[in-house]
Design a protein around this ligand. Sequence first.
Ligand code: ATP
Ligand code: AMO
Length: 441
Amino acid sequence: YPWVDVASLGPESSGRACACAAQAVRSVGRRVAFLVMRQDGATVQCVDAGGGAGGDGGMARFAAGLSRESVVDVAGAVSLPREPVRGTTQQAVEIRVEKLHCVSRAVPALPIGVDDAARSEEDVARAKAVSSCRRAGGQVVHVGHDKRLDYRVIDLRTAANQAIFRVQCEVENIFRQMLLSEGFVGIHTPKLIGGSSEGAAAVFRLDYNGQPSCLAQSPQLHKQMVLCDGFGRVFEVGPVFRAEHSNTHRHLCEFVGLDVEMALRDHYIEVCHVVDRLFVAMFDHLNDKCGKELEAIRRQYPFQPLKKPGYTWTPWADLNTEAEKKLGDLVRDRYGTEFYMLCRYPSAVRPFYTMPCPEDPRYSCSFDVFVRAEEIISGAQRVHVPELLASIATYVNAFRYGAPPHGGFGVGLERVVMLFCGLGNIRKTSLFPRVPRRLAP
Ligand code: ATP
Ligand code: AMO
C-alpha cells in the first residue's frame, strides 16, 4: 500500500497511514473494533470487522485492547461508512482495516484524555445538563488549565491547539515575508546583556563569568545600535525575557518578540505606516488562508463579546488594563473596528529612549497598537542625540559616531495570536508557557 495522509483521504484513496495515534478505541462484541485515528490534527475512523489476519477476529480483539494514544500503523481499503460521520473534524470516509501494527503503546491510564482536553466549557455545561458526557467517579471530566499545562504534551494534541500553533507559525511567516519584501534585513542581537533595556524592575539577573548581567527584556538597545551601523531597516524574531511576578492573562516571563527598527526620513508616522501595512496584510491573510484553523479554534474557544463603554481617564497617566478595555469599546462602537493605533503618549510614561514631540515635549513621538482593546505593539521614534540619553556607555557611544533619526516597534507573537483569535489567556498561545510559578514542562 502507498503511504497516505489522513487529512487528504477521499473515497478513491487506498493506502497505509503511518504513525497515527488511536484517539478512541471501542469494540462491539468479540469480532468488531472501531479506532478513531488522528494524524496531524485530522481524524478518521478505522473499522476492524474481524476479517484481517486469519479472519478469526484475533486482530479485532488486539485492536480493541489498544490503549488510547498508542501510535498505530494501519493498512486497509477506504470505504464510505454505513452511517454518515458525525463530528466536524472527522473524515467522511472510513478505513476497513486489513493490517494493523502497534508502533508505540501508550500507558493504559492517561493523566488527561485528548477528548477531555478538547472539550469547551460550553460542551461541559451542555453535557452536564443532558448527563451524556463520559463520567469519572460520577463527575463530568473537565480538564483545568493547570492540569493541561502539566500534561501539555497530551494537551497539544487537541484540534484547537494544533490550529493555534499553525496560526502562530503563519503570523511569524507573514511578519518575515512582508518585511523582507520591503527591504528589511533580519538580525539577531545578544540575549545576555549588561543591564536592563526597558525598566529595571522586570529583569532576570544572572552571573556572567563573574560579571553581573541580565537576560534581554527586548532587543531595544542593540537593534538601535545596528541602525547606527548603516543597516537602514532591520527586524528580529527572538526570545524576550521579563521577570513578571504576578499572574495575568497577558504576561509571560519569556515570549517571542517581533521587533522592527528603521531610519526615518521625516516623521515617526513612517513607522506607523509599516505597522499598518504589515498588520492589515497579516489579518487579511489569516482570515483568507487559515479558515480551517480558525474554525477549529472557535469550536473549542468561542469568542466572547466586549463590555459596554462609559469611563473617564486622566490625560497624563498611562492606560491600565481597564482603561484599555473601555477605550476599545468606544473605538469599536464609534468606528466599527477592533484594531487601532493610539499615538503621542505622555513622555512621562514611556521609556527613556523615546523621542519627545518637538512641538510639546510633554508628549512623545510614540504609539501603541490595540486589538480587541489590548496592547499588541509598542513603538516610537528614538532619541538619537547622545546628550539626551541615559548613561549606558556602549549604547550612548553608538550615537556619538553618527546616528540617523530612527524609530521602530516591538510586538509579542503570543499576544497577536491570543488577541486575533479572542483566546483570553496568553498561556493558550505559548507551547510551553513560562509564567511566574511555572518552569516545566
Ligand atoms: P509592556 O509591559 O510591554 O509595556 P503591557 O501590556 O504590560 O506591555 P504596560 O503599559 O506595562 O503594558 O501595562 C499596562 C497595564 O497592564 C498596567 O497598567 C497594568 O494594569 C497591567 N500590567 C502590566 N504589567 C503587569 C503585571 N506584571 N502584573 C499585573 N498587571 C500588569
Ligand atoms: P513593550 O515593553 O511594550 O515595548 O513590549 C512590546 C510588546 O511585547 C509584548 N509584551 C509581552 N508579551 C507577553 N508577555 C509579556 N510579559 C510582555 N510584555 C510585552 C506586547 C508589547 O506590546 N522596546 C519596546 C518596543 C519598541 O519600542 O520597539 C518594548 O519592548 O505585545
